[in-house]
Design a protein around this ligand. Structure first.
Ligand code: SF4
Length: 209
């Protein structure tokens, strides 16, 4: 399995030499935290648009913590699930300010105490902000891992555990960013483009073309 994943990593690095997070967080951990929470069931493009005005209005965790819920809701209305997301942003930032002095913690168990932060978001933050690695088991990562034969189900925790053992820490974040690009472009949920896929040789997907 290690040889297989290493070959896959090399091929993906060739296809996508530059990897960037789809969220335009501009190197500010607070922004990535907020944008990652907003991105649940929403496109990165939409989150990037909404965040521009959101961060003008609430530029710091303290501003978000002290905002009126209805004001946050107005700003994020178009991302969907806006009521629960607004509540998550406010409560997350309240804890961030009160417990961590407004500075994002790096430990998984600390990140998971912030409202709106599950393992997927926590791994994204640990990888992109702190360089600690982390498997972001999103829909693309889970689907492609299953098709490639690394996992046999849709459980995000299983995908996270399996891949985090196989992929070196320093490559984990970029691997996941590349999975998103690959999942959108080639190994799509419906009608994957197997005939033009360089991972075809390594793929167990029974319905591949
Ligand atoms: S061969 Fe098809 S199913 Fe397998 S990874 Fe490539 S696109 Fe996805």
């Amino acid at each position: 399995m290690t040889d297989k994943i290493n070959s896959i990593i090399k091929l993906l690095e060739k296809r996508y030499p530059d990897t960037v997070c789809g969220l335009d967080w501009q190197g500010d951990p607070y922004k990535l935290l907020i944008m990652a929470i907003l991105s649940a069931q929403c496109t990165d493009a939409r989150v990037n648009i909404v965040s521009k005005t959101l961060f003008k209005r609430f530029p710091t965790p303290n501003d978000m913590a002290n905002a009126e819920l209805t004001d946050i809701e107005k700003e994020i209305h178009s991302v969907g699930l806006y009521h629960s997301k607004a509540l998550a942003l406010k409560e997350c930032c309240t804890r961030l300010v009160e417990v961590y002095g407004g500075v994002l913690p790096s430990e998984m168990n600390e990140l998971l105490t912030l409202r709106g932060v599950g393992r997927k978001v926590a791994n994204l933050l640990r990888g992109d902000v702190f360089g600690l690695g982390g498997i972001v088991a999103d829909t693309h990562c889970i689907r492609i891992s299953r098709r490639l034969g690394f996992t046999d189900g849709d459980n995000p925790l299983t995908a996270e555990k399996v891949l985090s053992k196989l992929i070196p820490i320093e490559k984990q974040s970029d691997y996941c960013h590349r999975m998103v690009l690959f999942g959108r472009e080639i190994c799509t949920a419906r009608s994957p483009k197997c005939d033009e896929c360089e991972l075809n040789l390594y793929c167990d997907y029974k319905d591949k073309t």
